[in-house]
Design a protein around this ligand. Structure first.
Ligand SMILES: Nc1nc2c(ncn2[C@@H]2O[C@H](COP(=O)(O)OP(=O)(O)O)[C@@H](O)[C@H]2O)c(=O)[nH]1
Ligand SMILES: [Mg+2]
Length: 219
């Protein structure tokens, strides 16, 4: 008799991500991984979020780009701890980069860790960073077909943020179709609509953070 034994071969990144997930669970840190094309508004969303959160919130941020400290500088203005990860030629963050960046931070003193991934709708999708949730941003200048063209990130992201809705009068973007496309690849997907320049629509996003944070505390 032959018995088929199927074993999932964990990649080196998966193993490191398991360690990160255990650390986040132990210290009750909600870790959120923001993913989008370059320029969709990841940094802008975080800037607005940090302006709204109480100054006493125990929030920290890691932000990834190929080059420059620009985003870390933008985010640091709010006064929360932030570190830039520059990846050189690499189109995504991986778990080893997160471990290195967290080396001199005490996770017990952090309640929410936001990770802004490198701008890319493909590569970051397949890298587990030990996060609780991946969030995908789609801005209205990118076209409503992107969920269909890049389904993987929309399929696994817990929340989709459609950003730059202030530009809807000026660009040919079919909002209803974009929502239908996202829900085609991810039935029932939670979708919020924001403008980070006009500071509109952020309440459901803040409520999402609150809800996920409560879940982490209860685990
Ligand atoms: N009109 C408009 N512009 C936005 C909005 N959010 C971000 N932007 C602009 O889009 C550009 C890219 O934003 P950024 O936050 O750097 O995107 P990231 O590359 O995803 O981090 C910047 O010029 C922002 O000011 C928005 O809601 N509406
Ligand atoms: Mg950015």
């Amino acid at each position: 008799m032959r018995v088929e034994v199927e074993e999932k071969v964990l990649s080196e990144n998966d193993k490191l991500a398991i360690g990160l997930r255990e650390r986040f669970a132990r210290d009750k840190v909600l870790c959120v991984n923001l993913i989008s094309s370059p320029g969709s508004g990841k940094t802008a969303l975080l800037e607005r979020t940090l302006e709204i959160l109480p100054k006493t919130a125990r929030v920290a941020l890691l932000t990834g780009d190929l080059q420059t400290e620009n985003d870390a500088r933008r985010l640091a203005r709010a006064g929360f701890p932030v570190k830039q990860i520059t990846t050189g030629d690499t189109c995504h963050l991986d778990a080893s980069m997160i471990i290195k960046a967290l080396a001199d931070w005490d996770l017990a003193g952090i309640d929410i860790l936001f990770i802004e991934n490198v701008g890319n709708l493909v590569c970051p999708t397949s890298y587990d960073l030990g996060e609780h949730a991946k969030i995908v941003l789609l801005s209205v200048t990118e076209g409503e077909d992107k969920p269909l063209k890049y389904p993987s990130i929309f399929a696994i992201a817990e929340l989709c943020i459609i950003n730059k809705i202030d530009l809807l009068p000026y660009v040919p973007f079919d909002l209803e179709r974009a929502i239908a496309n996202a829900r085609h690849v991810h039935p029932g997907m939670e979708i919020v609509q924001t403008s980070c320049t006009k500071v509109q629509g952020l309440e459901p996003w803040l409520a999402w953070i609150e809800r996920r944070r409560a879940q982490v505390m209860a685990e």
